[in-house]
Design a protein around this ligand. Sequence first.
Ligand SMILES: Nc1nc2c(ncn2[C@@H]2O[C@H](COP(=O)(O)OP(=O)(O)OP(=O)(O)O)[C@@H](O)[C@H]2O)c(=O)[nH]1
Ligand SMILES: [Mg+2]
Length: 380
Amino acid sequence: MSKDKNIVRPEWVPEGADEAVFTTNVMKGVKGGHDGMPGQSVSGTRTVTPRRRELSVAQYEDGVLSGNRTLLARAITLIESNAPAHFDKAQELLTRLLPHSGKAVRVGITGVPGVGKSTFIEAFGMHLCKEGHKLAVLAIDPSSTITGGSVLGDKTRMELLSREQNAFIRPSPSGGVLGGVARKTRETMLLCEAAGFDTVLIETVGVGQTEVVVRSMTDFFLLLLLATQGDELQGIKKGVIEISDAIFVNKADSDNIPRAMAKQAELQGVLSFLAQATSGWNTRVGTCSAMTGDGIPEVWKTISDFVDYTKSKGLFEKRRNAQLIDWMHTLIKEYLIGAFYQNPAVTPALKQAETDLLSQKTTVSAAAAKILREFTGAKI
Ligand SMILES: Nc1nc2c(ncn2[C@@H]2O[C@H](COP(=O)(O)OP(=O)(O)OP(=O)(O)O)[C@@H](O)[C@H]2O)c(=O)[nH]1
Ligand SMILES: [Mg+2]
């Protein structure tokens, strides 16, 4: 049980989990017996429902728009649910909130394990909050579980930020394939924007395709590097450098400063041979220390410059629009693939085709076309 009676178990934490695993402590309402409503007075005819009771779309909408963190967390849980009934409700909520979304600067951040992402997010986040920003921190990590998400895993490195009123930290949705996790993170971002967060930071651990997925939903992409190792040792693929709008060499402190400077110069050289991640914008290279805070304001300055530049050229909106359309096509492809493999006519046809292929009774093209005909019922 929680030692502090004011601390309420967030929605996504399993029953019985120790309070130490909470990334964000949600404060209980002071009066009125409304469990889990943090100091939020909901006036007028709308009454506050206890946490366990199902909420209406209007109640979620009200809660999110008023910046109620508990209801925001619950709305995210609704979006993350795989239950078909929740899907319709979540989509209705999102539709209502859409006009209030889109106003945040969306920043993606990646770097190999140990580069200092969590420490960086803590320092960077605190800097932003001090400047009066409201920051939401999300993560994409398809391998994560409720106790092992990349953001949640290192709560100790985000101790200040997790207590900061202007910050909201949400771990990666648990389990599932990358596509599903990405959809949930994307929709969570929209909810956070509707709740008034002006900066959304999406962290990825950079396994497989996650950087590309995070790039596809953010305005700005930041890569953190180390000075001490070669890029291959850091598992950095050239492709990641090519999609980054800024690269900061972290841990530029004490003895490491000269190495960090050398790395910065080396990167500058490499970048001159690569295409720009955002047309007209020269990928910025810098050094920073998440530990001392040196260079952290420069990261934000870089992002602000980038936003000013891309907005002035119409590139900001253009990228957002393209991302929106691409996202729809991605979802269509995912739904189609799912519908195809779950189709009862497809399974036996696939099995038969595999046998026919191995006994050289048919060609791959003919077999694929036959199965697709089973699926669509039409000739292709
Ligand atoms: N000297 C120095 N150490 C740092 C700095 N930033 C992070 N560290 C240390 O590096 C280690 C890894 O930091 P994390 O913030 O956990 O790194 P991460 O990228 O989040 O790692 P994963 O969550 O495993 O992906 C910790 O021991 C930090 O204290 C820095 O700027 N300077
Ligand atoms: Mg981390």
